[in-house]
Design a protein around this ligand. Structure first.
Ligand SMILES: C[S@@+](CC[C@H](N)C(=O)[O-])C[C@H]1O[C@@H](n2cnc3c(N)ncnc32)[C@H](O)[C@@H]1O
Length: 292
């Protein structure tokens, strides 16, 4: 029989950590701390300065249920219902990808273009395709108050989450949302188009960690047979949706740089810049209309 969960803050953190370590979970200490803080509404400092603080039976129950979910491979941030990205806290939902720190490289790559348009014309019209939680577009709107954006996704659930996140961050009045299969429902032109599309080859989905395979939505991961389906659709469609001097930036998988360059060049776009993520992996690429 397992020991009953302790009802004091410090002991509870140790109990959760020990259970996660015993199951071989990476980041057991961090996950234990974040789970306990979340469900008790306490801070890291309180766990250190007030370890004997009483935790209510209802909070202990919540933490034990959350621990069981984590032991069953559910990612920590899905359990918490939110994840930080580019200094924002974003709510997650069933059909949204958990935004990844790697994607911040895409924001960093494209933000100077958004600012340059705003400096030149007083605004910048941005399209984020496959917006998920809204991570990319909301980072851009938060960083550049003169930008306006349209966020699209094939998932209506994701669009509702992006809208809620935009409202929560106070940028909702500068964001429109629209359900669309890539460019199908889009007629306008944009100064900046950005996308982190699904790019995992279908046969590799089964090889992903259970945290990803079982909890991130398949539509956010599966890039078709060679992982490049979305890039072909996006490269083909963007030519008639970019304004003069417009740019398009996409996130890519670790070995897709050459293929993605060739897909965009085949449509007459020019490769301007690439950016690596924090792990040094080539992660984001920016293209312009070659004749602009
Ligand atoms: C890798 S996720 C990126 C989510 C978010 N932009 C981010 O970076 O965290 C890809 C997104 O593309 C959306 N998507 C998949 N197929 C699509 C399609 N045919 N048209 C539009 N969006 C699509 C998925 O629903 C998902 O939200």
């Amino acid at each position: 029989m397992t020991d009953p969960a302790p009802s004091q803050l410090g002991a509870l953190v140790r109990h959760v950590r020990a259970a996660l370590e015993a199951a071989g979970k990476p980041d057991a200490a961090l996950d234990a701390r974040l789970l306990v803080e979340h469900f008790t509404g306490t801070s890291r400092t309180e766990a250190v300065t007030d370890p004997h603080r009483a935790v209510t039976p209802a909070q202990v129950d919540d933490i034990i249920s959350a621990l069981a979910r984590r032991l069953a491979d559910e990612p920590l941030h899905r359990i918490l219902g939110a994840r930080d990205f580019y200094g924002m806290t974003l709510s997650l939902s069933r059909e949204t990808l958990e935004p990844r720190p790697d994607t911040e490289a895409l924001v960093d790559l494209v933000l100077p273009s958004v600012r340059a348009f705003a400096d030149t014309t007083g605004s910048c019209r941005v399209l984020d395709m496959g917006t998920g939680t809204g991570a990319i577009v909301l980072a851009l709107l938060s960083q550049e108050p003169r930008a306006q954006a349209l966020a699209t996704d094939i998932s209506v659930d994701a669009l509702a989450t992006a809208r809620a996140n935009a409202d929560m961050l106070g940028v909702g009045d500068r964001l429109q949302t629209c359900a669309s299969h890539w460019f199908d429902a889009i007629d306008e032109r944009f100064d900046v188009i950005v996308s982190n599309p699904p790019y995992i080859p279908s046969r590799d989905i089964a090889l992903l960690a259970p945290e990803v395979r079982n909890y991130d939505p398949l539509a956010a991961l599966d890039g078709g047979e060679d992982g490049l389906d979305a890039y072909r659709a996006i490269a083909e469609g963007c030519v008639s949706r970019l304004a003069d001097s417009g740019v398009i930036a996409v996130e890519i998988g670790h070995d897709q740089e050459a293929d993605v360059v060739s897909i965009f060049e085949d449509q007459g776009l020019r490769h301007e810049q690439s950016a690596r993520d924090l792990g040094g992996v080539m992660r984001a690429m920016l293209f312009s209309l070659a004749n602009a």
